[in-house]
Design a binder for this molecule. Structure first.
Ligand code: CIR
Length: 266
């Protein structure tokens, strides 16, 4: 069942949150040094400007020092045209972030609900396509949470499918993205997984796995700086790219998708 053409890439609004100084304590799998709050805020400002240039109205929420990873607003919520869903992030230090973003969602959506039942889901594990929503199981998203979320999405009329995120990948979307118009960008292990069936997939070139996390926003694809081969592959597939610095976000395993909730309001 097709949901809606452009559901996964035609947007009018975004919600973001400025990075805190406490982001220096953000969670990371491998320590490559602490991000600087000030440098991260400068990168974040460029990100917000790029979303605005792509045509979005952007709400920038104030930094939350109590939550080091709270600028990664994609993880505690999920937005659809019908309403917003507060998720249950899987990392203990991030559990309170859903409550912190509720008011900002209520400002934009008439309907804001909590994911039912138990279990955990991080928004970074949820890949929205135009005709299907994939929920990746990971260290942050367990089967109980994924099934509860899939059931809720089904009740709202969406096709949802639960998939196994390959080992060693933080979030499902760390390793794949929608480029829009039915095309996916993905790392080799994700392609080999067979999740994407016969969809058109652009492969992330060897050694550039971090660049699998991009976002298509209206006419452009936002791509992290420093991955020339992925940039070329995206452009060769016919997409217009805008390159953005993500050096500070990367130190705490963050990418371009994690930094915003994007949605279309009528
Ligand atoms: C975390 O480990 O939760 C943060 N340091 C990074 C979150 C990145 N979010 C995402 O990929 N959706």
């Amino acid at each position: 069942m097709p949901h809606r053409k452009g559901l996964s890439w035609l947007f009018t609004h975004a919600i973001t949150r400025a990075p805190s100084d406490s982001v220096a304590n953000g969670i990371r799998a491998v320590d490559t040094g602490n991000p600087s709050g000030a440098a991260f805020r400068a990168e974040h400002e460029a990100y917000v400007q790029a979303l605005k240039a792509a045509g979005l109205t952007v709400d920038v929420l104030p930094a939350l020092e109590d939550y080091p990873d709270s600028c990664f607003v994609e993880d505690p919520a999920f937005c659809l045209p019908e309403g917003a869903i507060l998720l249950r992030p899987g990392a203990d230090s991030r559990k309170g972030e859903a409550g912190e973003i509720r008011a900002a969602l209520a400002n934009r959506f008439a309907k804001v609900i909590e994911i039912p039942r138990n279990g955990h889901v991080d928004g970074g594990d949820v890949l929205m396509l135009d005709d299907e929503i994939l929920i990746g199981l990971s260290a942050r998203t367990d089967r109980e949470g994924a099934m509860a979320f899939a059931t809720l999405l089904g009740d709202w009329g969406y096709n949802a499918r639960v998939a196994e995120t390959p080992d060693g990948v933080l979030h499902f979307k760390t390793a794949c993205s929608t480029l829009g118009e039915g095309v996916i960008l993905a790392t080799k292990p994700m392609i080999d997984s067979g999740f994407f069936g016969d969809r058109k997939v652009v492969a992330v070139p060897e050694g550039e796995d971090y660049a699998a996390n991009v976002i298509r926003v209206n006419d452009v694809v936002l791509v992290p700086e420093g991955y020339p081969n992925t940039l070329r592959a995206i452009e060769n597939a016919g997409f217009k790219a805008v390159v953005l610095p993500t050096h500070e976000a990367r130190k705490v395993d963050g990418g371009l998708s994690c930094l915003s909730l994007r949605f279309a309001l009528a």
